[in-house]
Structures are given as structure tokens and as C-alpha cells.
Design a protein around this ligand. Structure first.
Ligand code: ZN
Length: 266
């Protein structure tokens, strides 16, 4: 599923193509992807100009010229791409916004994502913790101190810290040398400081490589990312650890596969 680096890459690709441009036509092919249900998205966005697009956690937030906003969440398998107007429409295309001579298209076969209308009042970050790229060690420590869940599971909680998913939680814990099963409230101050630094370093590195593509993820131009080549534990089970040579282990935690080195992560 697209996590912070993938969503950031999409937003950076969208900006020069859609900001300050008008939405000239709207097609909502699957009205049930719009929240709240029954919202007439087409009427609200038609002929509005997109003033700004930005990322908050894994959300892609659109600000319109009448101060209303909505966000798109890509769920497990969503793609948000800029296509030529005459490009064939792929199966599972749910939304098309005509912007100048191009189309912004939302494709999501598994439909875990959606379009969430905020209007002018609701904040774009409701229900989200501090962004993973900005959270301070102090903020992270305060939040982890309140939960006995294991650290891996806690990092996936968007209310605790926004933007991490399975890939970057595993990679950050490896980078920080922290065992994924340690209860979050048992981390030492120095472990929290290390983890806070590792999260940002891993995410920034992934952004530089335009995110990770395993199955579905593509950027706004339909291109895959490259960071999967640099994963050190995620999906590397059985391969030798780059630090110590021991094979990387895979376990299931909270229903999610978790990859780590038993020797380097204590
Ligand atoms: Zn190791």
C-alpha cells in the first residue's frame, strides 16, 4: 500500500500539473467511493480551481479556490495518475477530473481508499497524529509511553504517528536496531531518539528514490519507484542481514508480516 514516501512522490508529481488549474469536467464512475455517502462531489468541484495539493500522512489533500477541500486516500491498491484525455480508461477507474488537456484519474481495484469531502470546516488531519517526517523525539516518546502494544504495531497506528505503513515501520526499526516486539512503553530514551532519527532518514531516502513498488504503486506519471531495491529487511526474509550476515526473520505481528534481524535488533 502506498505509504508516506509514495504519497509524497505522487503529490510532487501532481503539483506542477494541476495547481492553479481549473476542473473543467468531472466523472464519478463509482459514487460509493465518495464520503460522506450521497455527497454530490461533481457539483462541488466542477469549474473550481485547484489552488494547492499537499500531503498529510498518507492523505492527498486538495484545496479549491472557494476554500473547500477534499482528500484522496489510496488504500491498498489505489493509483492517482495524470493521463491524456484520450488514453483508454482502465478497469476500476472511479473518478476522472478533466484539467486542461489532461485527466486526473483515480483507479482502485480493491477500493479500500476513497475520496473524502471536507468542505471548508473539517481539518484535513482529523484522526491523525504528527506527520512521520516532522514528529520530534519528544512527541514520539510521549505517545509511545501511553501504549503497551509492541512498537511495530504502534508505529502503524496513524493516530500515533501519521504516514508509516508496513514497509517503513520495518525498515525504521532495523535502522534503529530495535526489536519489533518490544512493548512501545518500554523503549529507552536513547532508543526513542534513535528511532525518531531513523524514521526520518528512511523516509527521506525512500522519497529520493521515488518510493517502493512491489505490486500496484506508481507515481502520477504511471512510473514505479526504486526504493524496493534498497530495502534492508522488508520482504528480505531468509536473505543475509547487511550488517551481520544472519538471515532476516519474518514473523506475523498484529496480523501484519514483520521482517527483522534477530541479532541486530534487540
Ligand atoms: Zn543483523
Amino acid at each position: 500500500m502506498p505509504e508516506l514516501p509514495e504519497v509524497e512522490t505522487i503529490v510532487r508529481g501532481l503539483r506542477p500539473r494541476i495547481e492553479s488549474r481549473r476542473i473543467d469536467a468531472v466523472r464519478v464512475l463509482r459514487p460509493d467511493i465518495v464520503q460522506p455517502p450521497g455527497m454530490a462531489l461533481d457539483r462541488r468541484v466542477l469549474r473550481r480551481t485547484i489552488e494547492h495539493v499537499h500531503r498529510r500522512g498518507k492523505r492527498i489533500v486538495f484545496e479549491l479556490d472557494d476554500a473547500s477541500r477534499f482528500y484522496i486516500h489510496l488504500g491498498m491498491s489505489g493509483r492517482l495518475t495524470i493521463d491524456l484525455s484520450d488514453a483508454p480508461i482502465r478497469p476500476h477507474t472511479h473518478l476522472i477530473l478533466q484539467i486542461a488537456d489532461a485527466q486526473l484519474r483515480l483507479v482502485d481495484p480493491r477500493r479500500f481508499g476513497g475520496v473524502f469531502w471536507l468542505g471548508t470546516d473539517d481539518p484535513a488531519d482529523a484522526g491523525l497524529g504528527p506527520d512521520a517526517l516532522e514528529i520530534t523525539a519528544k512527541q514520539l516518546g510521549q505517545r509511545l509511553a501511553k501504549t503497551r502494544r509492541c512498537i511495530k504495531t504502534a508505529l502503524l497506528d496513524q493516530k500515533l504517528v501519521a504516514g508509516l505503513g508496513n514497509i517503513y515501520a520495518d525498515e525504521s526499526l532495523f535502522s534503529a536496531g530495535i526489536h519489533p516486539q518490544i512493548p512501545a512503553n518500554r523503549l529507552s530514551k536513547s532508543q526513542i531518539a534513535r528511532l525518531s532519527r531513523s524514521i526520518k532518514a528512511v523516509l527521506n531516502r525512500a522519497i529520493r528514490h521515488r518510493g517502493s513498488t512491489r505490486r500496484d504503486y506508481v507515481d502520477s506519471d504511471g512510473r514505479g519507484g526504486e526504493f524496493q531495491k534498497f530495502h534492508r529487511v522488508y520482504n528480505c526474509d531468509g536473505k543475509p542481514c547487511l550488517k551481520c550476515g544472519q538471515p532476516i526473520t519474518r514473523i506475523v505481528l498484529g496480523g501484519r508480516s514483520t521482517h527483522f534481524c534477530r541479532k541486530c535488533q534487540r
